[in-house]
Design a protein around this ligand. Sequence first.
Ligand code: H2P
Length: 820
Amino acid sequence: MLDSHFKKEEFKKAVKENVKMLYRKTIDEATQQQIFQAVSLAVKDVIIDNWLATQKQYEKDDPKIVYYLSMEFLMGRALGNNLINLTAYKEVKEALDELGFDLNVIEDQEPDPALGNGGLGRLAACFLDSLATLGYCAYGCGIRYHYGLFKQKIEDGYQIEVPDNWLKDGYPFELRRPEYAKEVKFGGYVRVEYDAATGRNRFIQEGYQSVMAIPYDMPIVGYNNKIVNTLRIWDAEPITDFRLDLFDKGEYHKAVEQENLAKNIVEVLYPNDNHYAGKELRLKQQYFFISASIQEAIAKFKKNHDDLHDLPKKVTFQLNDTHPTMTVAELMRILLDEEGMEWEEAWEITTHTCAYTNHTIMAEALEKWPIELFSKLLPRVYQIIEEINRRFILEIQNKYPGNQEKIQKMAIIYDGQVKMAHLAIAGGYSVNGVARLHTEILEKQELKDFYEMYPEKFNNKTNGITQRRFLMHANPLLADWITDHIGDGWITNLPELAKLKVYADDKKALQEFMNIKYQNKVRLAKYIQEHNGIEVNPHSIFDVQVKRLHEYKRQLMNILHVMYLYNEIKAHPEMDFYPRTFIFGAKAAAGYRRAKLTIKLINSVADVINNDASINGKLKVVFIENYRVSNAELIFAAADVSEQISTASKEASGTGNMKFMLNGAPTLGTMDGANVEIVEEVGAENAFIFGLTADQVINYENNGGYDPMQYFNNDPDIRNVLMQLINGTYSNGDFNMFHEIYDSLLNTNCSDRADTYFILADFKSYAEAQKRVEAAYRDSEGWAKMALLNTACAGKFSSDRTIQQYVDEIWHLDKVTIED
Ligand code: H2P
């Protein structure tokens, strides 16, 4: 299956040569990091041949291109994944063995490129994998942040953020492409000039500052098909290192400013997904990468097409959330100002080229930029948005004559703010949600007015994940076992997993399946021992919640329930209790106080429980430090129970839920996001569902009537647990430490509605579902069957399926195969 020139002996030779060339060392003298670099370079060499061949094929076939525009790409490590997709993993492992190295250890040398916060960025990464594997021409476009998402350290139970200098040793899988550099302009003013020749005004931006956007390309290797696509991330450099002309004119200050602009703009990823903070630098980042990406896309199009009116036939810009919405205005600017088009024709092209994905209904995420900030930073782009808005309001008036309320609710510019979601909807041809329930909520609730106006634009694309990373790479034992039983078709056609269903009553198969789970639990237990110094029992139930820390995801409900269980065990020492290990992993946005306090609470509860010898290790709590793609892979493979417990209606889709399912962990969750579809696939009897429905939550939100105090007053278990937040049980007698959390639930002195996320309303039904989990786990054969059926029914949740739906229903791309 390997490229013929990718032979073991040659590969070993290449590694040795690379070590020599890069470090003037022999292989025995090199550090593991140096070996990683040398191995990666040898792998890159193979990739580059395929990359070239892919480019040639694209030039020949001229397929339609999708540009996936995203502020975030949470790629995770590339070496192992590239080897998997080159179908060279086992061979390279052997080759390295022969050289005396362990591939796993070498892989661990790679920094996790963490250019994203959570699900949104990881989805983008899975999509790139599927696009390449399915043979579609796609570019990911983003930012080459010098610092990715912070590294999390836990000190005294608190999260400490440490900068993630992922580029410090050099990243072997990137390629600097200065030949495609683009200038991006900020600030200044717009001079209008009448052009007698055309009879039109020309708009010229003057007095601006600018930076050069320099692309770095990363290869995206398709699975076993020789296709290599490109993730293009933009770095910023000053136009000239030292603007002597300005310096001479005494404008030293300006020259330095320009240099600083370049330095700051790509310095760091905002660690605040789902939360709009209104920072000027963030707006600069957005325009920076969008302007560079769109300029480059147009330049590329013009290289082999004469008529820009054909752009929608050949190009689609997919906007990953509203962060890249500037695309609409920037494309208009290029078509109007640089290509000399009339408004109507430019608008026609733009609205057939841009498409928008919504990832959340959380109001805090809605991007609204103050017009002063916006118009000062992007004067020409702002003018264009004003004109888009003027025309859009006319359209609304036309459709709803005299209806002022519609204008208030739908205008792009209103109340001194530019509303990015409205621009994205008006300026594109598609709006999609990321799970069926989420799309329904968008249509009926959040974006109702827009849905009524443009029903044809709305559609659903339920998220997916790539099985190449989250099964093949993450769980090689299970991957091999599956292939032994049903062949390897599942690697590119995940629904084939359904063939496993025939083993649901096969005792031997079930035992093998659970034995693999056990080995993965041992692997994770070792990691926990090494990283947390906590010993966990691999025979206990591994109950896992890993995801960004946010109140709506309700890590708090989980830990409150652990406190409740602990109370139960203490009160009834004789109680038959199946040993449990509750595992958490989560980063909290640096400025999100309550989320950070929840981390402290989890760690404090862990401290008390893990050190209480009287409970004989029946309960353990582990907070895994620095949750990220690489340790996620270990965690998913080892989980028994998948905690997906968001307040119904709040989690747009979730993708972790799919990764757990694929690895044979049943869902303990609410009917939220893609959980609904997971239950539909696997059957309600193979999941543990509890809690308010989305309709019930929305009803409370719209009509009131929820009173958490009632639960506090009427339920002694709940009261007991909440009192422990303020009586020092978990804070060495400090009554104040967790008071804020207590207040947030009961509103004794806090301003927002008490218990915004309905934790007390769902608590008992959650605890009851947890009891069902325990009972089910005791029946080991029944559990094994349930676990296996989860894997067998995960076929729908491949990002290959998601991407094929985007292609069929939104993008209409052409499939490409590489001719030998
Ligand atoms: C978000 C949503 C998830 C969704 C993901 C990808 C923003 O991710 O909340 O429900 O699955 O996008 O569409 P996250 O919360 O994990 O950062």
